[in-house]
Design a protein around this ligand. Structure first.
Ligand code: PLP
Length: 400
């Protein structure tokens, strides 16, 4: 068949290709240490599981309202209002089959072809894909490395804004970098958003994946709640990546448009899964807290082991389950210039499977430092230690 022209503009998530490569390597009898995908090997809390099973038994197996069951919309509005210091109601919530669909639906709802959209790079690759697929112009902004993490390159944002710039995509807390914006960064961004009349997608997929302190949402800044749509997901907090449930939360007129897209795309999100999520939101949180404790132990093990490798420097983020170590020295020591050659050599020599910076967007001109991304959400601490000891031996072995 002939494929439509617009498909040439549709990108993908190349981390899934790394995953397939790692699986093929494992199928040849090799041991793989999976650091490549932000999937989770932790069980979904039993409150959620029990809630969903009960809903199946109770016959919640037909279609439900296309914006989600009212109880879940209400519970989400109450939960997010409390954590964000704003006042959403059920009408501000459209339940989705995952957080990811919010990206494309928001873009379809507010972006006209030819509009410019600022998006993070390195960042979640679906932003660029959806902007370009729907005929927008994608303007990447980067992050600057500091002594203890990364900050948004806000100057790069300001420099690129033109009268055609309509939207800002903000991913705080950030994948793949593990960055968290400071209050000063938020203030400056909010001022830019107001001055240039931008609409904002706040991708908060990791809002509740944090090990100390409290998350603060961009929507809580003055004037932002009416300009922002929040991407909410159950995937990470409740270890529910495969259940596929999330929500778009924002101004009613945008939520109504997104609801109309729901009708066109999937009619409704899975009915009984919504009861499971509702039980998770309103029930006992012991197992949810245990997920964070486990992830924190893994983070500590990963950061310590990575920083023990010559030519590797890794910050220790309090948020997300990603690390973005600077491997410029290690690549140079080993004589690698090409990211993918380096990644493959690491996989073949050690079984450690990672993504590189290039899985999160094209390199920004002038970018000198090299980074790889470690996800520790799908690998146990003993495997982290074993894999990273092998990585250390390889990277300190002195060259190809
Ligand atoms: N946004 C970011 C930044 C992500 O990293 C992910 C998943 O990894 C998502 C959105 C979407 O997740 P899901 O569709 O599972 O909710």
């Amino acid at each position: 068949m002939k494929i439509a022209d617009r498909i040439t503009r549709l990108g993908t998530e190349t981390a899934f290709a790394v995953s397939a490569e790692a699986a093929a390597f494992a199928a040849q009898g090799n041991h793989v240490y999976p650091f490549h995908l932000g999937d989770m090997n932790l069980p979904t809390p039993s409150t959620v599981v029990d809630g969903a099973i009960k809903a199946i038994r109770d016959g919640k197996t037909g279609y439900c309202p296309n914006t989600g069951i009212p109880q879940l919309r209400e519970a989400l509005a109450a939960d997010v209002s409390a954590s964000h210091g704003v006042s959403y109601t059920a009408e501000n919530v459209a339940v989705q089959p995952g957080g990811k669909p919010v990206i494309g639906k928001f873009i379809q709802a507010v972006m006209n072809p030819g509009d410019e959209v600022l998006y993070p790079n390195p960042g979640y690759p679906i932003y660029e894909s959806q902007i370009e697929y729907h005929g927008g112009t994608a303007l990447p902004y980067g992050y600057l490395e500091t002594d203890d993490g990364f900050t948004i390159d806000i100057d790069a944002i300001e420099r690129q804004i033109t009268p055609r710039t309509r939207m800002l995509i903000l991913n705080d807390l950030q994948n793949p970098i593990g960055a968290e914006a400071s209050p000063a960064e938020f203030e400056r961004l909010a001022e830019i958003v107001r001055r240039h009349d931008l609409q904002v997608l706040c991708d908060e997929a990791y809002f509740e994946i944090r090990y100390s302190g409290a998350s603060r949402s961009f929507v809580s800044l003055p004037g932002m709640v009416e300009r922002c749509v929040v991407l909410y997901t159950f995937s990470k907090k409740y270890a529910m990546t495969g259940w596929r449930l999330g929500a778009a939360i924002g101004p009613r007129n945008v939520i109504e448009v997104i609801a109309k897209i729901n009708v066109n795309d999937e009619s409704c999100s899975n009915h009984f899964v919504q009861y499971g999520a509702l039980a998770g939101l309103t029930g006992d949180t012991t197992e949810v807290k245990q997920i964070l404790t486990t992830l924190r132990d893994r983070r500590d093990a990963s950061v310590a082991a990575l920083n023990a490798i010559e030519g590797v420097h890794c910050a220790c983020p309090e948020v997300t389950f990603y690390l973005f170590p600077n491997v410029t020295g290690a690549m140079a020591n080993m004589g690698f210039d090409d990211y993918d050659a380096f990644r493959r050599a690491v996989l073949e020599a050690t079984g450690v499977s990672v993504c590189t910076r290039l899985h999160f967007g094209r390199a920004i001109p002038g970018e000198i430092n090299r980074y790889i991304r470690f996800a520790y959400s799908g690998i146990d601490t003993d495997q982290i230690q074993e894999g990273l000891a092998r990585l250390k031996a390889f990277l300190e072995s002195g060259g190809t």
